[in-house]
Design a protein around this ligand. Structure first.
Ligand code: FES
Ligand code: FES
Length: 160
């Protein structure tokens, strides 16, 4: 049986893309397979780990749970949209400096969650950092270095 395709238009990292896709295809697959934006990772595939997180209309969302059709007309930021001109963004640099990334599978989602958190809370408490990253699991770091990376990013870039 062939699956009917739909045409969706999505603005990703400021660029408009039109994709023909099965309507229930996961946004994660559209990003990685159709658009080759492989910075977005797949961990659990069940909405539990946050490895596939993107910013969807300004909110953090797990792209493994979102059917492509629901993304039609949306504005999406992926990890590729965080850096400019191929240079690490300050949050990425802070994760590197603080040792907040090891295998890297969770890192794109962690960085997008951090960006989202710091937009809302430029001077986050440890509790706010823990809550802001609660949807993102890391099997490697034990979290403390990630929390330190967030504090470093907040101090460097978000506080007056
Ligand atoms: S891969 Fe989407 S939440 Fe784990
Ligand atoms: S760095 Fe490996 S899962 Fe977080």
């Amino acid at each position: 049986m062939t699956s009917q395709l739909v045409s969706i238009s999505v603005t990703i990292n400021g660029q408009l893309h039109t994709v023909e896709t099965p309507p229930m295809q996961r946004l994660l697959d559209v990003l990685r397979d159709d658009l080759h934006l492989t910075g977005t990772k797949e961990g659990c595939g069940e909405g539990e780990c946050g490895a596939c997180a993107v910013l969807l209309n300004g909110e953090l969302a797990n792209s493994c749970l979102i059917p492509a059709l629901h993304a039609d007309g949306a504005r999406i930021i992926t990890i590729e949209g965080i850096s400019t001109d191929g240079k690490l963004a300050p949050i990425q640099q802070c994760f590197l400096s603080a040792g907040g990334a090891q295998c890297g599978i969770c890192t794109p989602g962690m960085i997008l969650a951090t960006h989202h958190l710091l937009e809302k809370h430029p001077e986050p408490t440890l509790l706010q950092i823990q809550e802001g990253l609660a949807g993102n699991l890391c099997r490697c770091t034990g979290y403390m270095r990630i929390f330190e990376a967030v504090q470093l990013a907040a101090a460097m870039c978000y506080q007056q």
